[in-house]
Design a protein around this ligand. Structure first.
Ligand SMILES: [Zn+2]
Length: 380
């Protein structure tokens, strides 16, 4: 309904522009060409493509309608009807005698259409072209940065970021730090420790301390055989970003021997015991890391279960309804583990996208650092 009203408003705008309504109110309907009334009729009868054909004919007749057509194009794009917005903008660009500012605006709009349609190469070319126009530079460069992010072209994304810094229009340094970490991760992957180290030092200049850089530095330390440093860096990363606990605890536990493991678990219990959320996050992570039977975890598991109504239901699910004794904490922990294994564990705080995997860059809304632990156990 809102869409129909929006279109109707635009149609009126186009017709008003075409016939100079507002300048002259003398019986304008009498001057309407039958084509436009037919166009309106198609629209009313939900034949948007035929309606669009009619509106595009209008544009050939009158330059006053150009802004209205930009609005119509943007409206189609927002609705996801990208083919129609592309048609509108291509039609504008094909026009002879189009003023240069309108041509540039149409190129930018067409680039945005291509981006929305997932035609990234075409979008990239047009954003690059428009980025030379001073008044559109910031918008074009920022969109180009998004294109490179989606293509995982991290060096190009970083270069565009630096261009945005020069015109004081860059997003927060956190974004550059992530680009540098993406590049460092690629360097680690191809075995180039020197390049990875250099990139992590660069990331440190953008944001410090930075948990992702600490994680990657831990990987580098582990590969070079410096386990103590790897453990220290991993713990630093977990301290900075507790949401990494579920993903990184198994790794951390593998790095230490049995004695070190007990010390580490005891330390993490102490660290999280004052905060119910932190304790729950740690207990769930420890269960998933295969520590359901660890004696050190009995009391923390019992505390977490007692504080959670859903887990209490699991706890009491014995034939006599009395609940298990303290020696059965392990059984309950294993049941929680089975529930957690299939649970959604993370969720993007910006758009709500969730799943079992952790992402630094949300695959849905492309926000950085927006994933949070979402470990609510659901029964059934
Ligand atoms: Zn998101």
């Amino acid at each position: 309904m809102t869409w129909a009203v929006g279109i109707a408003a635009l149609v009126i705008g186009i017709l008003a522009g075409h016939f100079g309504w507002g300048r002259s109110w003398r019986n304008p309907l009498a001057r309407l060409h039958p084509d436009y009334l037919t166009g309106l009729d198609y629209l009313v009868n939900e034949q948007p493509d035929r309606a669009l054909d009619m509106f595009l004919k209008l544009m050939d007749a009158n330059t006053d309608t150009i802004e209205t057509h930009f609005s119509l194009g943007a409206l189609y794009r927002r609705r996801g009807e990208v083919e129609r917005s592309i048609r509108i903008h291509q039609n504008l660009l094909a026009r002879e005698g189009l003023a240069s500012e309108h041509r540039e605006q149409a190129l930018l709009a067409l680039a945005q259409d291509y981006l929305r349609a997932g035609l990234l190469d075409r979008a990239e070319g047009l954003f690059l072209e428009v980025s030379h126009v001073p008044r559109l530079r910031t918008t074009a460069l920022d969109a180009l940065r998004g294109v490179y992010e989606r293509q995982h072209e991290w060096q190009q994304a970083l270069d565009v970021y630096r261009s945005l810094v020069r015109i004081e229009a860059a997003p927060p340094p956190l974004v550059a730090a992530h680009y540098l970490c993406e590049l460092a991760a690629e360097a680690i992957e191809r075995g180039d420790a020197d390049a990875a180290g250099r990139l992590l030092r660069e990331a440190d200049l953008e944001v410090s301390p930075f948990p992702r850089a600490a994680l990657l530095a831990a990987q580098l330390a582990e590969r070079s055989g410096d386990t103590d440093r790897a453990v220290r860096l991993l713990r630093e990363a977990l301290g900075l970003a507790p949401q990494l606990m579920q993903q990184e605890l198994p790794h951390l536990l593998r790095l230490v021997d049995e004695k070190g493991r007990q010390l580490l678990l005891a330390d993490l219990v102490t660290q999280s015991s004052d905060d119910a959320d932190a304790l729950k996050r740690f207990v769930f992570s420890a269960i998933l890391a295969g520590q359901a039977d660890a004696p050190l975890l009995r009391t923390p598991i019992a505390r977490v279960v007692a504080a959670d109504p859903t887990l209490c239901a699991v706890w009491r699910a014995t034939p006599d309804g009395q609940g298990p004794g303290p020696d059965e904490v392990g059984r309950v922990a294993h049941e929680i583990g089975a529930l957690l294994a299939n649970a959604e564990k993370y969720r993007c705080r910006e758009c709500g996208f969730g799943g079992r995997n952790f992402y630094w860059h949300c695959p849905a809304c492309h926000s950085w650092d927006s994933f949070e632990t979402y470990a609510i156990v659901k029964l059934g």
